[in-house]
Design a protein around this ligand. Structure first.
Ligand SMILES: Nc1nc2c(c(CN[C@H]3C=C[C@H](O)[C@@H]3O)cn2[C@@H]2O[C@H](COP(=O)(O)O)[C@@H](O)[C@H]2O)c(=O)[nH]1
Length: 366
């Protein structure tokens, strides 16, 4: 970290200690701090390492495949279950989707794990969430309307349990936590943004960074940060993927028009780190490697977990810089690299290709 960034951080700490965190909305800047916190985590990691040679090779592989597949924001809407209309309904859909976009992993078998049958297919993982939301709308349950999911009378917990019902014996992981997220988000939208997600987007003034900071400031269930080596480190996975999904779904226009979209980093989930390990970019210390391979739970906020998340963010930044270095005119950012790595991970999983297991942390943050 450069000296002036250390000064910046110290000034920030001094300001916060004097003013407290009584941040006012107009204090909310567009600086998310995520990337430099990821670099800090990488610089202080002992259990996760980035292999420079593999990262350079991965950059070339990723870039050539992204070009072959013509990977762009358009790819987002091509997914069967993603909403296609470029309107407020899609904006409201994406907000609820990324409010709940976490922790689908299961130790059950493929046949017994939580799954959703919809449009004649069985959906698991992230797609099971998207299927639940689409199914609810088909059943005339307005699950993407803030005033609805804020209202425990009109939308009791039982109705939400019905929306997220499973076609197997295993229910959706963290159902109660998902209900709590919906209640908080609905109430905050009602109180601070007149019940409208569009007003929240408007308040960000076309700044992706400011929208991330508005989400982490107003909604505790979006405030994804941890402590590492006695410092607060902001990871902000769901706020950032929310911004990215809006940007992609609207093809950089309308609600998706942001003047600083490249400030968004990789989204520190449990699937992309696994893919980065498969590509040889990430390597784990022997203790961490055996914990991951044994499917042992890694607690949220633990040093192991923070290193996995922070180093994944920094690795994708290294991949992005390498693509730009070798292809100066490349139209690429961390979002498109991340989206590509997630989809590639799912393709490889479906093809039954061997891979280290993803790490097991159960939380609402990813
Ligand atoms: N970093 C990153 N994490 C992502 C996604 C997505 C889906 N994004 C779609 C939109 C555009 C892309 O093209 C994708 O089609 C889900 N996740 C996270 O993964 C986990 C679910 O894993 P599994 O249980 O195996 O489905 C869970 O933490 C979920 O939050 C992504 O793109 N990037």
């Amino acid at each position: 970290m450069s000296d002036d960034e250390v000064d910046h951080e110290l000034l920030e700490l001094l300001r916060q200690s004097l003013l407290g965190s009584t941040q006012k909305p107009d204090d909310i800047t567009s600086d998310t701090k995520v990337l430099r916190h990821a670099e800090f985590i990488y610089d202080n990691s002992i259990d996760v390492n980035i292999d420079a040679r593999s990262t350079r090779a991965a950059a070339q592989l990723i870039w050539s495949q992204m070009q072959q597949r013509n990977y762009s924001t358009e790819t987002w809407s091509e997914h069967e279950l993603h909403p296609k209309s470029k309107d407020e309904a899609t904006l409201n859909f994406i907000f609820v989707m990324d409010l709940l976009n976490f922790s689908f992993w299961s130790e059950k078998s493929e046949d017994e794990r939580f799954a959703v049958e919809y449009r004649g297919k069985k959906w698991t993982g992230y797609w099971s969430l998207v299927a639940c939301l689409q199914r609810a709308l088909d059943e005339d349950i307005p699950i993407t309307t803030p005033s609805f999911y804020a209202d425990e009378l009109e939308c009791p917990d039982e109705k939400l349990a019905y929306v997220f019902r499973s076609s197997t014996e295993e229910e959706i992981p963290l159902l109660q936590e998902r209900i709590d997220c919906l209640r908080e988000a609905g109430q905050v939208l009602e109180e601070d943004f007149d019940g409208s997600v569009a007003n929240l987007i408007e308040a960000a003034g076309n700044s992706a960074g400011k929208l991330v900071n508005l989400l982490s400031h107003h909604f505790s269930c979006f405030n994804d940060e941890s402590k590492f080596e006695k410092r607060t480190v902001r990871i902000m996975k769901r706020p950032q993927i929310l911004v990215a999904d809006i940007w992609a779904a609207f093809n950089e226009e309308s609600y998706g028009e942001f003047n600083d979209i490249d400030a968004i980093t990789m989204f520190a989930d449990y699937r992309v780190p696994q893919m980065l390990h498969t590509l040889g970019c990430l390597t784990y210390s022997p203790p961490l490697d055996s914990i991951v391979r044994a499917h042992q739970i890694i607690p949220h906020h633990s040093p192991y977990e923070v290193q996995l998340r922070g180093c994944s963010i920094w690795t994708v930044e290294m991949i992005r810089r390498e693509i730009i270095r070798t292809n100066p005119s490349a139209k690429v950012n961390a979002i498109l690299i991340d989206f590509f790595l997630y989809d590639l991970a799912k393709e490889k999983e479906k093809a039954g290709e061997p891979a280290i297991p993803h790490h097991r942390t159960r939380s609402i943050w990813y």
